[in-house]
Unconditional design. Structure first.
Length: 223
């Protein structure tokens, strides 16, 4: 196997959803380098539909407090509908991931108030110094969103390779009208997700676990 494949495998194995960060900004030039690499992600007809709003450390803190206050009082209104349901293996994986986080933080399954409080930390971006809001033209619909998913994957891997931790988040996009007003975003762009990133607090309990992946036998149907 080529060395490049081994390097990519190591980066992918090392990447995880970081939920605690050091209070240290990422250099502007490094963020730009990460985006420059991630923009090589493939897209349908090379449309490259992703548009990014990236906040400074100061702006992230302001946005986090404002979004946290809003989310504490208002129901979600995502631009794209949430999944109808999770069933079978998808439900099991989702449940396991949630319980791994709560176990790491010492939160019991029955302690609903504390679990709710932890969920709200999504809107303060888990203390990350930066957040990247990803939008796509509404005219491209799910295919633009699909392309943006490829970019998000490329961004998180490029960030990991550069020593920067990250976490893609759907929850902030659940308050799309708030974010659209806050950033004065055009009405014709779908707010898809946020990606929080920065230097990981590796000693924090929220970063102490790793999720598993399904074996190839579970996801490949050979014909």
């Amino acid at each position: 196997m080529k060395p490049e494949f081994d390097s990519l495998t190591r980066v992918m194995k090392a990447r995880y959803s970081c939920r605690a960060y050091l209070p240290q900004a990422v250099e502007h030039s490094l963020i730009e380098q990460i985006v420059r690499t991630a923009r090589r992600a493939p897209s349908w007809c090379n449309a490259q539909p992703w548009q990014l709003t990236i906040t400074s450390q100061e702006e992230t803190a302001k946005l986090g407090e404002a979004l946290y206050a809003h989310a504490s009082k208002h129901k979600m209104q995502p631009d794209m509908a949430w999944p109808d349901s999770y069933s079978g293996p998808y439900k099991a994986r989702r449940f396991t991931c949630g319980m791994q986080l709560y176990d790491a933080l010492g939160i019991s399954r029955e302690d609903k108030p504390v679990r709710a409080a932890q969920m709200l930390e999504n809107f303060r971006f888990f203390g990350a110094p930066h957040v990247m809001l990803v939008t796509s033209p509404s005219e491209l619909g799910p295919y633009g969103a699909l392309d943006c998913g490829g970019f998000i994957t490329a961004f998180t891997l490029a960030a990991q390779a550069a020593g920067i931790a990250s976490i893609p988040q759907a929850a902030p996009a659940g308050h799309a009208p708030f974010l659209r007003d806050y950033f004065r975003l055009p009405e014709d762009r779908l707010i898809l997700c946020a990606v929080s990133f920065g230097y990981a607090d590796e000693a924090h309990k929220a970063n102490s676990f790793r999720t598993e992946r399904a074996d190839t036998g579970e996801i490949i149907d050979w014909r």
